[in-house]
Design a binder for this molecule. Sequence first.
Ligand SMILES: *Cc1c(COP(=O)(O)O)cnc(C)c1O
Length: 300
Amino acid sequence: MDIILEQPYIQPLHKDWHRQQVASVAMLRLDVLHPVVSGNKWYKLKHNIQYALSEGYTQILTFGGAYSNHLVAAAATAKAYGIGAIGIVKGQYAEKQLTPTLKECMDYGMQLHFATNEDYAKKGTADYLESLSNRYNAPFIIPEGGANEWGREGAAEIAQLIPQDYSHICVSVGTGTTLVGIYNGTGSEQQVLGYVPMKHGSYMKEIVYTHLEGMDTSRLSLYDTWHFGGFGKHTAELVSFMNTFYNDTQVPLDMVYTAKMMYGVQEQINSGFFPADADILCIHTGGLQGNVSLGGQLIY
Ligand SMILES: *Cc1c(COP(=O)(O)O)cnc(C)c1O
């Protein structure tokens, strides 16, 4: 499988979509980068893998669930850079139970290791990491979601695709790595809004602010209202929103992150939250491969 990347671009949304309550809304289509590699994941992983190669590592090891955008992106990015990849998967799956995401990981040459939920929960502890390191011959370990300094550095590269004249930049939040990178890379006049798809997601504030310690954070805000039941969960209303959005804009959204963000942005626009002269840029971080878990409910 070759890794061919397309160039991201900015797509304006028709003024009917925002009912002229703001000056403009556009999406930065990172999703077009690759059908399987989520836009933001590529940037985070690229910097991790470049660092690993520069340090002489021949393999990376990272973590993810059975539908993880990060895991499959890690498999593809490792393949593109010619470095080996080991994926620690949450849960134990027999060969015939493999999800399309996990099959794709294997097609890219990733070696999968199935961890019990109990072991997986230890993925941040030194002992467990050491045992994995011994077992797999000292690979470069990338935390789940690429949430480390190289991930944040890679995400800052996304900011180079954001023109200065956008007043509000909207991005969805998982580990907060992309949000922090974009915040670091945007201008002093640009507001950055993070949409957390987790229930009780306000704990993300602490994580994000820790990485911005000592900096002016007045341009940043986080919202955890639009979680639709929690991370990875959805409602019929969300699916219907995704279909309507696709009809109106021809932009496919993913169920876990970008659909919840755009629902929130639309609600904020309709309630007059944004100033009338706002030029809003929403980052489409990709994740479309995860929509397989919705079965045939989408029109795209
Ligand atoms: C992983 C992911 C995010 C969240 O990125 P973080 O850097 O972990 O906050 C957002 N959108 C999509 C589509 C993703 O796959």
